[in-house]
Design a protein around this ligand. Structure first.
Ligand code: ADP
Ligand code: MG
Length: 376
């Protein structure tokens, strides 16, 4: 079971939209999902058509010990369940004031769940108080939605530090991933901000970005996830891509366990393009902030095959070759997608220790070590 907190102290950055729609898209991809609404404003509850005032028991009762988590859960769609909240939850801080272990209440309630879930997503309130602490202690992973148009590096750095500190304090590491949200393609600066974000936080920024899309707002107003309201929309495609990326991290972790390489192992991809007449070939993608050849190891063989090696963790990545200053998709790869910059790019999906671009080679590499190219 993966427990993922959706957290950012800033309101309006897309936490609830992400919690609801990532949950629905994971369920659409056959995962059993529980969404916990940990915000007294109950937007996730409302966003799934449950009237907060009619939810007799919710997260207040769970955290105060009056009910178990299983008892308050309602199934809202196949494979998607909700633990609702309402305004009563705002009084929980006071209720728990004198309680020892008050920051570990949610973790112990989740540990006691009877129903098996693949994913538990926690929609956090827009503040770093007791509720958010409970979420961070209960999770192994955090997704931090960051509104791209008002991106503040400072705010994100601070939040990541807080999360890291909490991880140290409680003795388990929380992997933090940043999700760019509300990307406005029409605004010229959005592209620049997105590039900066990927450059600055390349390790932790998710490959998927969520575009601004009115359908997402409308769906929330009608109490429906985007999977039910507008399955053709950009919002739907973006959240499905996010769900796939989140699932690919799951596969990577599973393989890491099987191979015994542990969390430090890193896979890489060997990209290759045949360009015998070219003077210069570079590689750019969302993994290096679209800066040609940044963080890329280059090799060229006699026949004019240019090879580019990049350490890449599990996930989905977009890329292009830059052949004598001309940007090109990979001619060997038929998988393409519209990129967040408005053009079209090739796409590679990395599971742990996989290589796809060169037919007869597999590449496995450990972090810090030399990449080994081994014949398959
Ligand atoms: N990608 C998006 N495109 C359009 N509107 C969005 C998008 N993401 C969020 N919104 C809208 O922005 C507002 C704030 O989003 P919300 O998810 O509630 O943020 P938070 O939970 O962080 O406060 C809501 O009205 C929501 O419908
Ligand atoms: Mg919210």
């Amino acid at each position: 079971m993966r427990v993922i907190a959706i957290v950012n102290q800033k309101g309006g950055c897309g936490k609830t939209t992400t919690a609801i729609n990532l949950a629905a898209c994971l369920a659409a991809q056959s995962r059993n999902v529980l969404l916990i609404d940990l915000d007294p404003q109950a937007h996730a509850t409302l966003g799934l058509s449950i009237k907060p005032e009619e939810a007799e028991r919710g997260m207040y009762e769970v955290l105060s010990g009056e009910a178990t988590l299983d008892e308050v859960i309602t199934q809202v769609l196949p494979r998607l369940s909700l633990a609702p909240s309402n305004i009563a939850l705002s009084a929980i801080e006071q209720f728990l004031a004198g309680t020892p272990e008050r920051e570990r209440q949610l973790a112990s309630r989740i540990a006691a769940l009877q129903e098996p879930y693949d994913y538990v997503l926690i929609d956090c309130p827009p503040s770093v108080g007791l509720l958010t602490f409970n979420a961070l202690i209960a999770c192994q992973e955090a997704i931090v939605p960051v509104e791209t148009s008002f991106f503040s590096l400072q705010g994100v750095v601070k939040l990541s530090e807080t999360i890291k500190l909490i991880g140290e304090k409680i003795g388990h590491e929380i992997s933090v991933r940043i999700l760019p949200t509300k990307v406005d393609r029409r605004a010229g600066y959005a592209k620049e901000i997105l590039l900066k974000m990927r450059e600055r936080f390349s390790d932790v920024t998710l490959a998927t970005a969520i575009n601004l899309n009115d359908k997402l707002r409308e769906a929330a107003g009608l109490g429906l996830p985007i999977t039910e309201y507008a399955p053709e929309s950009t919002g739907f495609k973006d959240y499905m891509a996010l769900a796939r990326e989140v699932i690919s991290i799951e596969r990577g972790r599973e393989k890491d366990r099987q191979t015994g390489l542990g969390p430090l192992s890193r896979s890489g991809v060997l990209f290759a393009i045949n360009a015998p007449g070219a003077h210069d070939v570079k590689l750019a993608g969302d993994f290096n902030g679209w800066i040609p050849d940044r963080d890329v190891l280059s090799l060229k063989d006699e026949g004019g095959l240019w090879k580019k090696f990049v350490f890449l963790g599990p996930g989905s990545y977009q890329y292009k070759f830059v052949v004598d200053d001309e940007w090109r998709e990979d001619p060997q790869n038929s998988v393409v997608a519209q990129d967040t910059l408005g053009g079209q790019s090739s796409v590679v999906v990395v599971e742990a220790l996989t290589v796809t671009m060169v037919k007869d080679h597999a590449v496995a590499a450990r972090s810090g070590g030399e990449p080994q190219v081994v014949p398959m």
